[in-house]
Design a binder for this molecule. Structure first.
Ligand SMILES: *Cc1c(COP(=O)(O)O)cnc(C)c1O
Length: 381
């Protein structure tokens, strides 16, 4: 009897479903026959890329027939200088998602344990599962990583611990004191992945000096990306910062030209545009204040966010609410899972986008409550 394709595939593929990203705007418009849809589903920067990055892209286009600089020489040099590291502390990835993948492939073996918060960024669990690891999930405490409990969950079989800081999908962060205590409590041979995809949105006094651990040679990697505040999600570029001993191992498995030439040029230019970053942060704070007060007015709860998104408890099936919003051309992210069935995650947009979201949400919730009261009346009669 010939084997089925599923039998030929890695056994760890069985429990996996593809990652479901937020729907692209064009797809939603086509599906529902509408125009002017807005996307608040993937935590992109609503102001777009920096104008300096756009100019760099235009200038780089004629060189598109050349392979990129496989070592990312200029970008690594620039990042190293900014961060007080040397280029051999840096690994560039096709989004920091690729760096997560490299870490998993380089270090995670079948039977290893991995400690993750619950809920956390779903990719951590998927990668661990794919390597045949056992995932230990530690519930959040007050919507934030319970680092004490995570340290206690470590056993002699624990290979890696993931800390999303800030955490996606809750938008919360741990501060310097908690992170230091956590790092001190962990056995030295446990590898710590600190995912700082949203760190540029966090108030300065709350940002842990995670690079200290990298400089000290601790087995830790800190991840950052150009996809979020830098507005370059479509180009796919992010990076990891780790002791050279870790970087050297990742370099062995990294695909030769994993980060394209346009992405490298745009990232370099985006780093120089302090104004765009400051402006993005300011717009985000304004949008967050507006959304917070409107959501309170609607009687909805959400954890305090230090990022560019909010996790909103809509008090009814989040998927139903997200689908209803979709039909009105507002794309948000339903979450589901064990804890978040009644939640949606919404990216903070431009002021008109935020207003449009609130108007649509208000109308969906009103319709929903009419329907619910109609159902309960029916039930009684
Ligand atoms: C968006 C995101 C990333 C991935 O970003 P890319 O650099 O685009 O791959 C990583 N971690 C978290 C928590 C994110 O939300």
């Amino acid at each position: 009897m010939a084997k089925s394709l599923a039998e030929l595939a890695s056994p760890y593929l069985h429990g996996l479903a593809p990652y479901t990203p937020g729907k692209p705007i064009e797809e939603v418009e086509r599906e529902f026959g509408i125009t002017g849809a807005i996307k608040l589903a993937s935590n992109e920067n609503p102001l777009g890329p920096s104008p300096l990055a756009l100019r760099a892209l235009r200038e780089a286009l004629p060189e598109a027939h050349r392979y990129p600089d496989g070592g990312g020489y200029f970008l690594k040099a620039r990042l190293a200088a900014r961060l007080g590291l040397t280029p051999d502390h840096l690994v560039l990835g096709n989004g920091c998602n690729e760096v997560l993948e490299l870490m998993a492939r380089a270090f995670l073996l079948a039977g290893d344990e991995v400690v993750i918060a619950d809920p956390a960024f779903v990719i951590y669990g998927m990668l661990a599962h794919l390597q045949g690891c056992t995932t230990i999930r530690v519930p959040l405490k007050a919507w934030t990583h319970d680092l004490e409990a995570m340290a206690k969950a470590v056993t002699p079989r624990t290979k890696m611990v993931f800390v999303g800081n800030p955490n996606n999908p809750t938008g919360t962060a741990v501060g310097p004191t908690e992170l230091t205590a956590f790092m001190d409590a962990l056995p030295a041979e446990v590898i710590v992945v600190i995912d700082e995809a949203y760190i540029e949105y966090v108030p300065q006094e709350m940002i842990p000096d995670s690079l200290t651990y990298v400089r000290q040679g601790r087995w830790a990697i800190v991840l950052r990306t150009f996809s979020k505040i830098y507005g370059l999600a479509g180009l796919r570029i992010g990076y990891g910062m780790a002791p050279p001993s870790i970087v050297e191992l990742l370099e062995r498995i990294r695909a030769p030209f994993n980060v394209n030439a346009l992405a490298q040029r745009a990232a370099l230019a985006a780093l120089e545009d302090e104004h765009h970053v400051t402006n993005s942060r300011m717009f985000n704070e304004l949008g967050k204040a507006y959304l917070s007060s409107e959501l309170h007015r609607l009687g909805l709860q959400f954890p305090p966010s230090v990022t560019n998104f909010l996790l909103i408890d809509v008090n009814r099936d989040g998927r139903v609410v997200a689908d209803a919003l979709l039909r009105m051309g507002v794309i948000v992210r339903p979450l589901g899972g064990a804890h978040l069935k009644t939640h949606i995650r919404v990216t903070i947009g431009t002021p008109p986008e935020n207003e449009r979201f609130i108007d649509a949400l208000r109308s969906v919730l009103q319709k929903g409550s009419h329907q619910q009261s109609a159902i309960s009346r029916q039930g009684k009669s």
